[in-house]
Design a protein around this ligand. Structure first.
Ligand SMILES: *[C@@H]1O[C@H](CO)[C@@H](O)[C@H](O)[C@H]1NC(C)=O
Length: 404
């Protein structure tokens, strides 16, 4: 009986959410470019901008095939040698393209290349550029059975291994948003962090219990995460018809979505509004529903832990009732960290950020940008002066033994 009632409840909520809304025809670029790429990121975006770019494919321990791009300067000044390797790790619903969406003078990927860095671009599983697996297809439920925990411990770990083995050098890591969750979790693992020279984290996140983005809180209170998993939707794709209608219905339920991005990320100061259509050709990328569930667990529980499967499965998997925490104090004090955070960032709230800092053993170098929202760190037209020049100085100050 209880089961039946629960099923009824879910069904009626679902029909409430999805059933009664006329889906406005989605903008053309929403149907655009998803599914396995026949054109690589290098070919699509970076080579046309005049930058040398090569594609690399790596395989994670659990069988995912990920694309990494290696980008170097277009200027002959650096034709001879390569500078130190830097890995760029994008955030949730984004992919490696995120670092190249503004002009070459404004985008971190190009700017680092032009400063002689050996730029490597990460793309996590499930994104447009990394859609492969040795045995699973995107249509399989198991293909989407992961959260940021796997992105940290398998994807990021494998990227770091690979770059380390090709370049024979420790590398710099730059992460944004979910890329910082992945980095901080991965850096608690000695066998990963020993290959990292230093890291610059944009909009750093580990604790999430003070998120104040209205759209996100609405999704949390509507239990959208449980609902979509109960419906058997394992791939979270806001370009799909139901993804679009899901967004519509959350907006309809009381959040002001006239400015959808603001209600998700906080107010971004420094966007180029005339480029939004171009951004939308690339973003958002798919992720796993389980990943959303994991993030919502963090918002609800205030933890920075592994995925919570519930008491019984936790006991079986972890040997304890609650999932083990990622212990930030295990990140070596010797790892230089640099962090930039924003006053209007509704996803990386100041209270949560202070919590992260308190747990770390080291004292990171900090940059506070009062006007910045969550996406400004990637897309602000002033990001070079505001942020990227500081990252480059930070990295160069650590490069002791090279003419670079
Ligand atoms: C904004 O984007 C448009 C269209 O791509 C471009 O022509 C313009 O130069 C950009 N403005 C700034 C300030 O970067």
């Amino acid at each position: 009986m209880a089961r039946w009632l629960a099923a009824l409840a879910v069904t009626s909520i679902v029909s409430l959410v999805l059933g009664d809304f006329v889906i406005e025809s989605s903008p053309e670029n929403f149907d655009g470019m998803l599914r396995s790429p026949d054109v690589s990121l290098c070919e699509h975006l970076i080579l046309p901008a005049g930058y040398p770019c090569s594609e690399h494919t790596i395989q994670t321990k659990d069988g995912y095939l990920l694309a990494l791009q290696r980008v170097t300067s277009s200027s002959s000044r650096y034709a001879g040698g390569r500078g130190p390797p830097v890995l760029l790790q994008h955030g949730l619903f984004m992919a490696g393209d995120a670092w190249f969406l503004n002009t070459p003078e404004q985008s971190l990927g190009y700017i680092l290349a032009d400063h002689g860095f050996d730029v490597w671009v990460g793309n996590v599983r499930g994104t447009h550029w990394s859609y492969g697996h040795i045995s699973l297809s995107e249509k399989d439920k198991d293909f989407w059975d992961w959260s940021w925990e796997e992105l940290a411990l398998y994807d990021l770990a494998e990227m770091i291994n690979y770059i380390n083995s090709i370049t024979n050098s420790k590398l710099f890591v730059v992460g944004h948003s979910q890329g910082t969750i992945m980095s901080l979790a991965a850096f608690t693992q000695p066998e990963i962090v020993e290959k990292v020279e230093a890291a610059a984290l944009l909009s750093p996140i580990s604790y999430l219990d003070h998120v104040y983005a209205p759209f996100v809180l609405r999704m949390v209170s509507m239990h959208i995460d449980q609902m979509i998993l109960a419906m058997g939707i394992h791939q979270l794709n806001f370009r799909s018809d139901w993804g679009v209608s899901l967004m519509d219905s959350i907006c309809y339920s009381g959040v002001n979505c006239n400015d959808l991005l603001t209600s998700i990320t906080g107010k971004n100061c420094c966007f180029n509004n005339s480029r939004v259509d171009f951004y939308l050709q690339y973003e958002p990328h798919p992720s796993a529903s389980k990943n959303l569930r994991h993030l919502f667990q963090m918002i609800r529980q205030g933890t920075f832990s592994k995925y919570d499967y519930g008491i019984l499965k936790n006991l079986r998997l972890y040997g304890q009732l609650k999932p083990p925490e990622f212990d930030l104090s295990r990140i070596p004090k010797s790892l230089p960290l640099w962090m930039a955070y924003g006053g209007n960032d509704a996803l990386a709230d100041l209270t949560d950020f202070q919590h992260t800092l308190k747990e770390l053993q080291s004292t990171p170098e900090l940059l506070y940008l009062e006007d910045y929202g969550h996406v400004d760190f990637i897309l602000s037209i002033n990001a070079k002066q505001d942020i990227y020049d500081h990252i480059i100085s930070f990295f160069k100050s650590l490069e002791k033994h090279s003419s670079f």
